[in-house]
Structures are given as structure tokens and as C-alpha cells.
Design a protein around this ligand. Structure first.
Ligand code: NAI
Ligand code: MG
Length: 356
């Protein structure tokens, strides 16, 4: 019997609406596969919790999460609670404590109708962006001197450790080798003369151990242009925290938007739980209206299943997503349909079950 313990943090706004659909998909898989079971434990943390308790999660929240195989998160953020609090005290805390140093962001076009790019098809846009998720430009290092004075100076320091740079680049080479794809590094050595020169060196050094992997190296500005004009250049991509944040949003833009974008925060050594979440936020503008697209959150479930080693199910979920997009009948308003969140979820489960 394969069994996985999943912690649910539905969070705020549309988070609980989309997580509910993802959980229904996992429950359907449990029914369809007699050798596979999941247990779910929900935690009520987020901004509404903060407004009541003055904190984003329980004091021993991190310890409570430690024993799970995975964390499935909806979104956090709510008007009235500053974003830096909600982000830092929940999401970033989990990512940091559990050393989730790999951010995996698939950028795959599911249907030509979803891209604003002319003449691009599923074959042209199909990449995996591997973003460094633990240090770099988002390390939070710096200083602010002479605040408010004319001589004020602000420093925001990028932190690129040998260990941190090595492990993300190695992870990317392994992934490129495993999936027999090219590997592109995105950096900026011409302007960031310490950090990115170091990044490029490590990329080249480790590459010597992977002579079978074809590599490319682009400056981030050129890469941003190519994401739009020539996305077919990219297969597996590895990049720093900041650059990864930006290029994956371009990636979401060319593949159908936030309702479809997913990202996994992985601790590959499995000493701590990894976290799976749609890229979008809590979308207060549509929260409570049953309009949220649950597909990004369902795609997270596919990534979670892959991570559990249940690749057959991960692929089945992804295939079903493709089918759903192909037929416009069960799509939410962001994709020009008029189905409700739960109708998309129900239809998804029906389709998935029918295929087995
Ligand atoms: P957002 O992603 O919540 O919304 C941006 C736009 O996309 C909105 O118009 C929204 O309606 C639409 N949208 C997002 N997800 C959708 C879905 N599944 N289906 C249909 N439409 C969707 O970003 P925004 O408005 O900048 O942030 C709102 C709150 O979410 C803030 O408090 C922010 O801090 C938080 N946030 C949280 C994230 C997380 O938990 N990982 C990530 C991004 C933002
Ligand atoms: Mg982002």
C-alpha cells in the first residue's frame, strides 16, 4: 500500500475554493487505484487567522507540518493584512525552514488558443523552469543607512553561496539528463560582475560532468525577448531567484495566464516536506463568487503526484487538463467560458475516471 500524508493550507480568498477541487481529484485517484491512499489534515492559517490571532500560523505551526509528505497550499493574502507579513510569515517561512530550494515551474502551452503569440503551438512552448528558491537576490540581506536624510543609502545584497548555486544547477543538469532535453542557464554576468560571473562559472564547471547534456547560456534580457519571440529555444531552464520570478511570469503570460500556472517548492532530499501551490494569489476581486479557475491548483496535484513517484497519475492528471482545455464547455470566465469552479472540478473528475 502506498500512503501519503498531505497537509492542506487552503489560505485566503480563492485559495480554499481551488484547493477543494484539487483534493477532490486526489480523492478520485484514491478510489481508482486500490493500492494508493492519502490522508488530509487541514490547517486554518492565513490572513483571516492573522486578524483573529495576530499571527499567520500557530506558534508551533512549522513543527506540525514537519511530519507530512507534502503541503498543498491555496493562496494567502487579504486586504487589511500587509503583503509582506502574509508572505514572509507563512509562505517564505515554510520555504526557508524546509529548505525548499528548488522551484519547479512548468511552462507548457496546452492549446494554441491560449497563447497571445502568433503561430505558436504546443510544440513551441514546452519547458520546465527551475528557479533557485532559497537565496540569491531574495536572501533579504542588506541595510538602510541615514534613513530619510539626503545622504540616505540603501543596500540590497544578493547572496550566492557555493552550496546553493551548486545544488540548483546540479538539480537542473540531472533533470535535463533524465528527460533528455537541452539545458539553458539564464544569468547576467556582464552587469552583475560578482554573483552572475560566479553563477556562469559554476554552470560551466558542473557541465563538465554532463557531457551528454546540450547547454545554452543567455543573458536575462535576451532570454526575456526569446521567451516571446522564440520560446521553442527553451527546454529545461535554470536561473536565479529574481530572474526566475520574472521569466516565469512571462511564461504564464504566453501560456494562458494565472489560472493555469503552477509551481512546486521542492526539497529534493525529502528530509522535510515539499510544498505544491498554484502561482496565483488569493484574487480578492473574484473570491467567493465561484469563478476561480481550479486548473492551476489541479496542475499542482499533478506535480505532487510526480514528486511522490506516482508519475502515471501525474501524467493522467495532466492529460485530463489538456482534454478539458480542448473542449471549451467547462472553462471558467478567465478562459472565456462560463462554468463555475466546482463544475470544472466535477467535470475533471468525471473525465479522469472515464479514462481509467
Ligand atoms: P492574484 O493572482 O490574486 O490576482 C491577479 C488577477 O488574476 C486578478 O484579477 C484575479 O482575479 C486573477 N486570477 C488569479 N487567479 C485566478 C484564478 N485561479 N482564476 C481566475 N482568475 C484568477 O494577484 P494579486 O491581485 O496581485 O494579489 C492578491 C493577493 O494575493 C495579495 O494579497 C497578494 O499578496 C496575494 N498573493 C499570494 C500569492 C501566494 O499565496 N502564493 C501569490 C501572489 C499574490
Ligand atoms: Mg511571483
Amino acid at each position: 500500500m502506498r500512503h501519503f500524508n498531505i497537509a492542506l493550507i487552503p489560505g485566503d480568498g480563492i485559495g480554499p475554493e481551488v484547493v477543494a477541487e484539487g483534493v477532490n481529484v486526489l480523492k478520485a485517484i484514491e478510489e481508482l487505484d486500490s493500492g494508493l491512499t492519502f490522508s488530509f489534515t487541514a490547517f486554518p492559517w492565513g490572513c483571516e487567522y492573522y486578524l483573529e490571532h495576530g499571527r499567520m500560523m500557530e506558534e508551533d505551526g512549522i513543527d506540525k507540518l514537519r511530519k507530512f509528505d507534502a503541503i498543498y497550499l491555496g493562496a494567502v493574502g487579504y486586504p487589511g493584512v500587509p503583503d509582506h507579513i502574509s508572505l514572509r510569515e507563512l509562505l517564505l517561512r515554510i520555504r526557508k525552514t524546509f529548505d525548499q530550494y528548488v522551484n519547479l515551474r512548468p511552462i507548457s502551452l496546452l492549446d494554441p488558443s491560449l497563447t497571445p503569440l502568433k503561430d505558436k503551438t504546443e510544440k513551441d512552448i514546452d519547458m520546465l523552469v527551475i528557479r533557485e528558491n532559497s537565496e540569491g537576490e531574495y536572501a533579504g540581506a542588506g541595510d538602510r543607512l541615514f534613513k530619510g536624510n539626503p545622504e540616505e543609502v540603501v543596500l540590497q545584497t544578493g547572496v550566492f553561496s557555493r552550496k546553493g548555486t551548486d545544488r540548483i544547477i546540479r538539480y537542473a543538469y540531472e533533470e535535463a539528463r533524465r528527460s533528455n532535453r537541452t539545458l539553458t542557464s539564464i544569468s547576467k554576468g556582464n552587469a552583475l560582475n560578482y554573483s552572475m560571473v560566479f553563477w556562469d562559472e559554476v554552470f560551466e564547471e558542473i557541465g563538465k560532468e554532463y557531457p551528454d547534456v546540450t547547454t545554452y547560456s543567455y543573458l536575462v534580457d535576451a532570454a526575456s525577448l526569446y521567451f516571446v519571440t522564440d520560446p521553442e529555444r527553451f527546454e529545461v531552464v535554470v536561473t536565479s531567484n529574481l530572474f526566475g520570478d520574472i521569466v516565469t511570469d512571462i511564461g504564464a503570460g504566453i501560456t494562458g495566464g494565472l489560472g493555469l500556472a503552477t509551481g512546486a517548492n521542492i526539497h529534493p532530499e525529502k528530509k522535510y516536506p515539499s510544498m505544491f501551490e498554484p502561482v496565483h494569489g488569493s484574487a480578492p476581486d473574484i473570491a467567493g463568487k465561484g469563478m476561480a479557475n481550479p486548473i492551476a491548483a489541479i496542475w499542482s496535484v499533478s506535480q505532487m503526484l510526480d514528486f511522490f513517484g506516482e508519475e502515471k497519475w501525474g501524467q493522467a492528471v495532466l492529460d485530463t487538463i489538456k482534454e478539458m482545455i480542448g473542449e471549451t464547455e467547462y472553462l471558467t470566465p478567465d478562459l472565456e467560458g462560463n462554468a463555475a469552479t466546482s463544475e470544472v472540478g466535477d467535470q475533471f473528475v468525471k473525465k479522469l475516471s472515464k479514462k481509467q
